[in-house]
Design a protein around this ligand. Structure first.
Ligand SMILES: Cc1cc2nc3c(=O)[nH]c(=O)nc-3n(C[C@H](O)[C@H](O)[C@H](O)COP(=O)(O)OP(=O)(O)OC[C@H]3O[C@@H](n4cnc5c(N)ncnc54)[C@H](O)[C@@H]3O)c2cc1C
Length: 379
């Protein structure tokens, strides 16, 4: 089958690779000059079955409300005259029951474990080295009440087969000696041995090369404008470089999938949620962590990526605005200095921000759409 994959982030490139490996003729289209230049570029790279909790939870509405009049929270929700935001928020609120939170978290857990296996399988068969850290991840808590909630929440993952250890501050330092200076700030943590981190950008770049060897063609600097639909089936993608016909289309445009899907009459409940990422060199600094993790008090993630220390944070409902200013990164730098005083050269950070494609329930949208993105059935 001839298949066009729209988007060359980690999702589009991995999909293209797997489709080509199954014998399909695949073309990938992206507006950037290479793979993983947007959200997949500078994320924390944590592969985190132990941190799959759906954001929509019984506690989420009060956290959203508080963030309306506070600037310093990790979550920045803003009321804007944006119908897409209102619709998304209503669906998000509908998912904030304990029952739906549990169901959504378990869907994410199954998918995270499956994806982790696939990642290892692809790395083994292609020889891709994306710096997988192995050895687990640590989720850190600074106060006892929050820690007790963390321990209680982790019971759900444990009940479903995930090994997670409750760790006191000494155990946290034993697992990650770079936390020694911050020991007195910690109430404890959760250690998930199967979690790890890797360089998402490097993985996607190398996988794009491997995909080329399987015959995948890439069309760079090509903007996807719309989809043509005839008799309920997508027949072509209209791009800045002309019309691309195919038997099937895969939408992997991240936060931008909804606008292209809409041209085919398909509504996708994805809203962009901006995140911030900073990376510092660690040469000459002995105190960078080896194990990835999250400071749950400030929701700052940390990981060693490509010989540097990366920190990411913040869920900013700023629409499609990807701008950032140094002030956006100040809380992350403060957390980094507290946890890892000699973790890197904090005076020379690289800044980045990008949009998380967020669904209101949590799990990604995978599968056929109402309008078939297959133009004809070829068996
Ligand atoms: C700060 C931050 C930290 C994160 N940390 C983690 C983490 O630790 N672990 C984790 O699992 N996830 C993390 N994520 C989420 C993760 O990065 C994303 O889920 C993932 O990168 C999404 O990949 P994607 O391929 O769907 O989207 P993208 O990487 O955004 O790819 C979409 C592609 O579509 C292209 N495109 C868009 N519109 C068009 C168009 N009209 N025409 C042509 N091309 C177009 C873009 O150029 C882009 O290449 C983080 C996200 C952020 C923002």
């Amino acid at each position: 089958m001839r298949i066009v994959v729209l988007g060359a982030g980690v999702v589009g490139v991995a999909t293209a690779y797997l489709l080509a490996r199954e014998g399909h003729e695949v073309t990938v289209v992206d507006r950037q000059p290479g793979p993983a230049r947007e959200t997949s570029f500078s994320n924390a790279g944590i592969i985190a079955p132990g941190h799959v909790y759906a954001w929509a939870s019984p506690r989420a509405p009060s956290i959203l409300l508080k963030s309306l009049w506070r600037e310093d929270t990790a979550l920045r929700f803003r009321l804007k005259p944006d119908p897409a935001l209102w619709l998304w928020s209503l669906k998000f609120l509908a998912n904030c029951t304990a029952e739906r939170n549990r169901r959504n978290t378990l869907v994410k857990l199954r998918l995270a474990l499956f994806s982790r296996e696939e990642l290892h399988q692809i790395a083994a068969e292609t020889g891709i080295d994306c710096g997988l850290s192995g050895k687990g991840a640590l989720y850190l808590f600074r106060d006892r009440e929050h820690l007790a909630t963390g321990f209680a929440n982790s019971a759900l993952l444990r009940e479903h087969g995930l090994e997670i250890e409750n760790a006191d501050p000494d155990r946290c330092v034993e697992l990650e000696p770079a936390l020694r200076a911050a020991r007195s700030k910690l109430a404890g943590g959760l250690y998930s041995p199967v979690d790890e981190s890797g360089d998402c950008f490097r993985f996607t770049e190398l996988l794009a090369s491997a995909a080329t060897q399987h015959g995948v063609a890439f069309s760079w600097e090509t903007h996807v404008e719309s989809l043509s639909v005839e008799r309920g089936r997508a027949t072509a993608a209209l791009t800045s470089h002309g019309r691309l016909k195919a038997d099937a289309f895969v939408l992997a445009l991240g936060s931008y999938s909804p606008s292209v899907a809409r041209t085919a009459g398909v509504r996708i409940p994805v809203y962009p949620v901006k995140g911030y990422s900073l990376t510092v060199p660690i040469d000459g600094h002995a105190g960078a962590p080896h194990m990835p993790g999250v400071d749950e008090a400030y929701l700052v993630a940390f990981a060693r990526i490509g010989g540097k220390l990366r920190l990411t944070a913040t869920a900013d409902f700023a629409g499609y605005d990807t701008r950032h200013a140094p002030a956006d990164f100040a809380p992350m730098l403060k957390v980094a200095r507290e946890l890892f005083p000699d973790g890197g050269d904090y005076d020379h950070p690289s800044y980045w921000s990008c949009l998380r494609p967020m669904t209101p329930d949590g799990p990604p949208i995978i599968g056929p759409t109402r309008v078939s993105l297959r133009s004809r059935w070829t068996g």
